[in-house]
Design a protein around this ligand. Structure first.
Ligand code: CMP
Length: 229
């Protein structure tokens, strides 16, 4: 492994998953981890393949997707915060990869082999608890999405999605929260189980009602939508 592939010293302790490690344990793990760059659009793990590594996001953005038979993409999640991890599921349950993960922007990842990750979990129960905490958080989110899919129409799902986005990424202004670089209609469609055309119509309806204001990639979500149904 060349030096440029190695994890810089101190890096692992800077991500929540490994924050509790002592110096020796963090240094040992850093010697095992490799750094890898992925171009925008590059597939990092493929659904149904055998899983052989865990990935930690250092920079960039990745999306977790499923593809329907027609090629339609369903976006399960997006990771863009340094320290976000993925690829743990198949390492824990020995099943194939549950989804495809690809870089939606140029990204740098830290890669830890299956054997090193599992050995590490066995030695450091605190890291295992962190992984379980994150899995619970993802399951809660998935439960909320299942509930929305079953209980809300497309307009309701779009409103819920824009509310979540605005609360997570939006900037507070007197009129509401502004998302500066909103996802495309196709990306939104992929997260709420609708076609792009349906999302386009629903967005126009929310704009007509005065719940949102669209200006290019800028999206203002007004207070009344942020308060929820
Ligand atoms: P694994 O199944 O090994 O490979 C695909 C990865 O995508 C999976 O591990 C998780 O890390 C991630 N993933 C799958 N489903 C979800 C989800 N609903 N939310 C967030 N991440 C997911």
């Amino acid at each position: 492994m060349s030096d440029s592939d190695r994890a810089p010293p101190g890096l692992l302790r800077s991500v929540p998953l490994f924050a509790e490690l002592d110096d020796a344990a963090a240094a040992a793990l850093e010697r095992l981890a490799r750094r890898r760059a992925f171009a925008e659009g590059e597939v990092i793990v493929s659904e149904a393949e055998r899983g052989d590594a865990l990935f930690l996001l250092l920079s960039g953005k990745v999306k977790v997707v499923l593809y329907g038979e027609s090629g339609r993409e369903v976006i399960l999640s997006t990771f863009k915060t340094r320290g976000d991890f993925f690829g743990e599921m198949s390492l824990l349950d020995d099943e194939p990869r549950s989804a495809t993960v690809l870089a939606s922007a140029p990204s740098t990842l830290l890669v830890l082999s299956r054997a090193d990750f599992r050995a590490h979990l066995a030695r450091h129960p605190g890291v295992a608890v962190q992984v379980m905490t994150e899995l619970s958080r993802r399951l809660r989110r998935a439960d909320a999405v299942i509930g929305d899919l079953a209980l809300l129409d497309v307009l309701g799902r779009l409103a819920a999605r824009l509310r979540d986005l605005a609360l997570a990424d939006g900037e507070a202004t007197p009129e509401g929260r502004v998302i500066r670089n909103r996802p495309t209609q196709a990306e939104i469609a992929g997260t709420i189980g609708a076609s792009r055309e349906t999302v386009s119509r629903a967005l126009s309806e929310l704009a007509r009602r005065g719940d949102v204001v669209l200006t290019g990639r800028r999206l203002l979500v007004r207070h009344r939508l942020l308060r929820g149904p």
